[in-house]
Ligand binder design. Structure first.
Ligand SMILES: Cc1cc2nc3c(=O)[nH]c(=O)nc-3n(C[C@H](O)[C@H](O)[C@H](O)COP(=O)(O)OP(=O)(O)OC[C@H]3O[C@@H](n4cnc5c(N)ncnc54)[C@H](O)[C@@H]3O)c2cc1C
Length: 381
């Protein structure tokens, strides 16, 4: 077991950190406040290979591992968790296409996703089914041999309206997970429309909308995998997605810890720097320890996914649950250490706190992570 970064890893971590400092950090507060989608910055990230981090090189991707991706996303999220998180979803869809689509679909869609010319969204959740995702009702009915017609609605879709491609889980068969397929729907398809962007607590640099399908014609050739395989593909995408979102939590929490560490040394109370009070020193110590524990779990889960270990899903669920909970708490403690200033936008901590809150809810809520963990434990007992 080697915990040191390889030379190559150290190099792309440095690249990601430099990119985040130059292209994300100076604008993150404005994008948050003005709800601006930073398409240009995302394209610049794509030029560094960050739009297809774990897509194989043979398909034009960076060909890195899940662990590498976690390292990169932590760096990007340390500047802007919301924008980094959008990139994680785009990466997840690019990987789903690389892993499960036929050569024709890969050739049609991957190059533009890898270059950042087009962005991708992942559409699983519906107004009536979130945690119980296998109950989805958006239906794709065959219309002749070559076409489906889609009807239904998706809810809470990150990138809704700004993305160009929507990896959409639809029902092509009977009830339950085995009746679900995954199809790619292009923006501009007749019958595809978007709700108004939701007004949110955080994640403001990317729109979240409903996505509606009204007799929307989609070529059968746009399906990823066989009919009935869509739910399995969606869940396999989410294993990696959970690592990625947990890595974004690591980045946000690290930034908050750094801000708090600086603040307690600068700010004085009772004639001494705050950093002199043992109660606050202990708080910092616990934050740093918790962050380290979370990072180890995320990296361990990523390594399990890379190795194709049988317990990878369990580890991904554990890491996502632990890291997103602990990192949110670190942001909250950092805010508390800032006193009233923590509540003020200029001090940044409140933006990280708002952005990290949703990581405990999406890509499967942390309650659903416990459902998965408990199921796996009891299966293996
Ligand atoms: C900003 C944002 C962006 C999102 N982006 C996307 C996206 O890009 N694509 C996408 O498909 N979805 C996306 N989602 C949706 C997200 O994945 C869902 O909100 C999430 O899965 C929870 O579903 P729900 O909101 O329907 O909550 P519900 O399923 O209604 O759950 C409500 C509460 O009940 C709990 N609960 C439910 N079932 C159980 C159970 N069996 N045991 C214990 N507790 C349970 C949940 O944990 C939760 O606390 C996004 C959501 C948000 C807020």
């Amino acid at each position: 077991m080697d915990f040191a970064l390889s030379g190559e890893q150290a190099a792309f971590v440095a690249t990601a950190r430099g990119f985040a400092a130059d292209h994300l950090a100076p604008h993150a507060a404005t994008w948050d406040e003005q709800r601006q989608f930073p398409a240009e910055a995302l394209r610049a990230a794509a030029r560094l290979g960050f739009a297809a981090i774990y897509v194989p090189e043979s398909l034009g991707g960076a060909g890195l591992t899940r662990l590498d991706a976690a390292l990169i996303f932590e760096e990007l999220a340390a500047a802007d968790p919301s924008t980094a998180a959008f990139l994680t979803i785009h990466n997840m869809v690019a990987w789903m296409i690389a892993r499960f689509a036929g050569a024709d679909v890969q050739a049609r869609f991957l190059p533009a996703l890898l270059s950042g010319a087009r962005f991708a969204s992942y559409c699983l959740t519906e107004p009536g089914s979130g945690s119980d995702a296998a109950a989805l009702t958006t239906r794709a009915v065959a219309h002749g041999n070559a076409q489906y017609r889609l009807n239904g609605s998706k809810a809470f879709i990150s990138g809704g309206g700004v993305s160009d491609l929507y990896a959409t889980m639809v029902r092509t068969g009977g009830e339950g997970p085995r009746g679900i397929s995954c199809v790619l729907v292009e923006k501009g398809t007749p019958g595809l429309s978007f709700g108004v962007p939701e007004k949110k607590l955080g994640w403001n640099s990317q729109p979240t909308t409903q996505v509606h399908f009204a007799d929307c014609p989609v070529p059968v050739a746009n399906r990823i995998g066989a009919e009935g395989e869509g739910f399995r593909i969606a869940m396999m995408g989410l294993d990696g997605g959970r690592i990625n979102i947990a890595a974004c939590s690591l980045g946000g929490a690290r930034a908050c810890l750094d801000l708090a560490r600086a603040h307690v040394q600068e700010r004085h109370a009772f004639g001494r720097p705050l950093a002199d009070f043992q109660a606050l020193r202990f708080k910092l110590a616990d934050m740093a320890t918790d962050l380290e524990a979370a990072r180890l779990m995320v990296h361990r889960a990523a390594a399990a996914l890379d190795a194709g270990d049988g317990d990878a899903t369990l580890r991904c669920a554990m890491a996502k649950r632990f890291a997103t909970d602990v990192c949110f708490r670190i942001c909250d403690e950092a805010l508390q250490l800032h006193g009233g200033y923590g509540y003020i936008r200029d001090y940044q901590v409140e933006r990280y706190l708002r952005d990290l809150r949703v990581h405990r809810i999406l890509e499967g809520t942390n309650e659903i992570m416990r459902v998965i963990i408990a199921r796996k434990l009891l299966e293996s007992a």
